[in-house]
Design a protein around this ligand. Structure first.
Ligand code: COA
Length: 262
């Protein structure tokens, strides 16, 4: 059972864990405790077989996440800054990217700095039409430190990534959709429904195959791995899973597959 904590609200619906970052008075800015709680909640959900996907959103009408908590790091030294970045990568951003179940960011408002980086670490992004996105760190004399310099270029291309990072401009939901940063754009009212429409498809498919697909897609963005070789290896291993036997039997018997995730 995944538990709600001070800054992370949890709800399980239709085999989907909905996580809401809940610091609306600070526009859901990521302080140390929120990062810790988010990590713990996700780590727990990873081992829970009834959870097939995760939707991550922000509390209130205004913000998904307005960034890392600026007040908290205002007096940091060089080594504390480095530690902030590296522990964030480890606990949240890489953790989410490599999570074994798809995580969808439901971007319901401002996604700035660490907020956009959080959305970009997720596997898909659905954004509401009021959302504003950007990496404004250079306005603070910083650079993005939670993967933004790398993942933004992967999603929108190097030219647009340079523009967004060096100007610190916010972009609209429509631009995010046009540039490939958002998979879908909806009204704020429809945002979660759209996410559930996607997770319903995910939940009916093989969890082992989905986990493997996440691993192999990510391998292609890891400079120390050859994505094609990882694909060959993992494709082969799929033939040894119960889900493969079930998926093929169900197809041949013209029935719906009942995957167990083994
Ligand atoms: N860290 C800490 N607190 C934050 C925050 C952040 N990243 N973003 C917003 N807040 C707080 C504000 O300090 C304010 O708190 P207060 O009411 O105690 O003063 C509260 O959230 C509401 O924000 P406010 O700035 O009053 O709202 P706004 O509608 O005028 O502006 C933004 C909204 C998003 C444009 C503005 O809050 C902003 O620029 N935030 C910082 C974005 C940023 O630089 N993120 C990258 C951080 S590395």
């Amino acid at each position: 059972m995944v538990a709600t904590s001070e800054f992370i609200l949890c709800e399980i619906k239709n085999n989907v864990l909905v996580l809401t970052i809940n610091r609306p008075d600070k526009l859901n800015a990521l302080n140390r405790q929120t990062i810790e709680e988010l990590h713990e909640t996700l780590a727990e959900a990873e081992n829970q077989n009834d959870i097939k996907a995760v939707i991550l959103t922000g509390s209130g009408q205004k913000a998904f996440v307005a960034g890392a908590d600026i007040a908290e790091f205002s007096n940091y030294s060089v080594s504390e800054g480095k530690q902030l970045s590296s522990s964030g990568h480890f606990k949240i951003f890489n953790f989410i990217e490599n999570f074994s179940k798809p995580i969808i960011a439901a971007v319901n408002g401002f996604a700035l700095g660490g907020g956009l980086e959080l959305a970009m670490a997720c596997h898909l992004r659905v954004v509401s039409d009021n959302a504003k996105m950007g990496l404004p760190e250079v306005s603070l004399g910083l650079i993005p430190g939670y993967g933004g310099t790398q993942r933004l270029a992967q999603l929108v291309g190097k030219g647009k990534a340079f523009e967004m990072i060096v100007t610190a401009d916010m972009i609209t939901a429509a631009d995010a959709y046009k540039w490939g940063l958002a998979n879908y754009i909806t009204t704020q009212e429809e945002l979660l429904n759209k996410c559930f429409e996607i997770t319903a498809k995910i939940a009916s498919k093989s969890p082992t195959a989905i986990k493997t697909a996440i691993k192999v897609i990510n391998a292609g963005y890891n400079n120390s791995l050859n994505g094609f070789e990882v694909e060959i290896e993992e494709f082969g291993k799929s033939f040894g899973t119960k889900d493969f036997k079930e998926g093929v039997s169900a197809f041949l018997e013209k029935r719906k597959a009942n995957f167990t995730g083994e």
